[in-house]
Design a protein around this ligand. Structure first.
Ligand SMILES: Nc1ncnc2c1ncn2[C@@H]1O[C@H](COP(=O)(O)OP(=O)(O)OP(=O)(O)O)[C@@H](O)[C@H]1O
Ligand SMILES: Nc1ncnc2c1ncn2[C@@H]1O[C@H](COP(=O)(O)OP(=O)(O)OP(=O)(O)O)[C@@H](O)[C@H]1O
Ligand SMILES: [Mg+2]
Ligand SMILES: [Mg+2]
Lengths: 261, 261
């Protein structure tokens, strides 16, 4: 099972778009996928046509309350989904003095996986976690559980700012809480191949991260921006679009598995 | 003097681009402009060709240290600029238990304006503050000093999310610290008039904010994204561009003053 934190403390770079559509692409390639929304803004939840205020319990109740992950998990278009809720905004304050507060998600997911195994249910192949645009307790829970980190990056000036801080946090979690954690991919997002600026920034990202940068660039495509307003992944909303093609390409690059024909 | 906090806790919506280029446009219309960078990422500072690590003292020393604003202020292409520095990231923690910690910027600016008046220097017509993508102590200092709030908003799905929280914070500062504070303009940014999505989101923003939304939309224009990599405002970098035209238009709309011919 590959457990992936989709993380970047910069806002609006493509974390949610990547979590949802890479998840959908992995499903299309035949994998079992669990998506976890760890952002109080609940964009991932809304994107998948789930109304956070209509949900009985969310990841908030898992982190701050007594709920098991199995109690809050939903099925959306073939994907297993742990929804979020604005109450999660209070988590950092509520958990500030709890011992082992970064390990709660990992422990509760361990229970989920163990229970599923006992019940003879097929294990997940991929767990993708959509992180909020910050490096606080919620992101720390994601990094403490995950084996790998995927960093979506916009090909705009200032894109590399804050990367040192992110790498420092990843290294801190790796050395103190989670020795397996490593950065597995930098994904250039919202890439506009027509502009020189995007190419220059891409070159700079390549100089900085070398072959951790995926060959697949997720190009700027309005279908990716429209899909959430229809409550669908881009693969359902417009399977012929560049957005759908790019995320399938990314899923193939990350797994070595090609599209079934 | 109009004191404006350029604020939105969402990342990447156009706060820095608006602070820099609206400031430059106001200068072009004949006003005296002071720009203050309140983001530890110091994008505004870098945009104006100032290297934060090369600066002796910054707004960090004003908020957390003993510096006067006059000690750290620079001149950049006709604009007065208070630069930022990554050390500002520590400000929230350093000032957490200081009495009146939201009023530090206001007090230090009051000293600046009083000293300038004594010295017979012309007062500023506009003070624009570039806020970080959060509603913490730095943004609170901006809101406690400013008379008006300008909110840049991206015309994308999820744009209105978080607006209630922002309005609540503005109301809180207004009622407890700064009775003059009010929202004077919502500026649609990165607007792509060719897509239906942008028009739909703009309609929703108009329904929500009515005539606080500026008639001027700042259109998506690669020149605005390229200008910071040249250390210039878009008015210097490409005065014929749509980006330059839109920000001049915005400055005229906010002041009633037309371009000198
Ligand atoms: N490749 C793309 N082409 C066009 N639009 C995109 C693309 N990727 C993302 N977007 C749009 O950009 C906006 C920001 O993307 P997204 O929500 O995925 O970023 P995020 O990093 O999750 O943001 P946040 O930090 O607020 O959680 C959304 O409106 C999304 O639809
Ligand atoms: N109208 C526009 N057209 C094209 N690019 C734009 C436009 N406005 C902003 N950008 C680009 O979008 C990115 C984000 O803009 P900007 O830095 O102004 O946002 P911000 O709200 O200050 O972000 P942050 O929350 O990180 O401080 C930048 O790379 C900028 O150059
Ligand atoms: Mg997101
Ligand atoms: Mg900014």
């Amino acid at each position: 099972m590959r457990a992936i934190a989709v993380i970047n403390q910069k806002g609006g770079v493509g974390k949610t778009t990547t979590t949802v559509n890479l998840g959908a692409a992995l499903l299309r390639l035949g994998f079992r996928v669990l998506l976890i929304d760890l952002d109080p803004q609940a964009n991932m939840t809304i994107h998948l046509n789930v109304d956070p205020s209509g949900v009985d319990k969310s990841v908030y109740d898992v982190l701050c309350g007594k709920s098991a992950v199995a109690d809050v998990m939903l099925e959306c278009a073939g994907l297993s989904v742990v929804p979020s809720h604005i109450d999660l905004a209070g988590a950092e304050v509520e958990l500030v003095s709890m011992v082992g507060r970064e390990t709660i998600l990992r422990d509760k997911l361990a229970t989920l996986f163990a229970d599923r195994e006992k019940a003879g249910e097929a294990p997940f192949d991929f767990v993708l976690i959509d992180c909020p645009p910050s490096l606080g307790l919620l992101s720390l829970n994601a990094l403490t559980f995950a084996g790998e980190v995927i960093i979506p990056m916009q090909t705009e000036y200032f894109a590399l700012q804050g990367m040192t801080k992110l790498m420092d946090v990843v290294e801190l979690v790796r050395s103190r809480l989670n020795p397996d954690l490593h950065i597995s991919a930098i994904v250039p997002c919202r890439y506009d191949p027509r502009t020189n600026l995007a190419k220059e920034v891409l070159d700079e990202i390549l100089r900085y991260f070398g072959d951790k940068v995926t060959k697949t660039r997720i190009r700027s495509n309005v279908r990716l921006a429209e899909a959430p307003s229809h409550g669908e992944t881009v693969l359902d909303y417009d399977p012929e679009s560049k957005g759908a093609a790019d995320y399938l390409c990314l899923a193939t690059e990350l797994t070595g598995v090609a599209m079934p024909t």
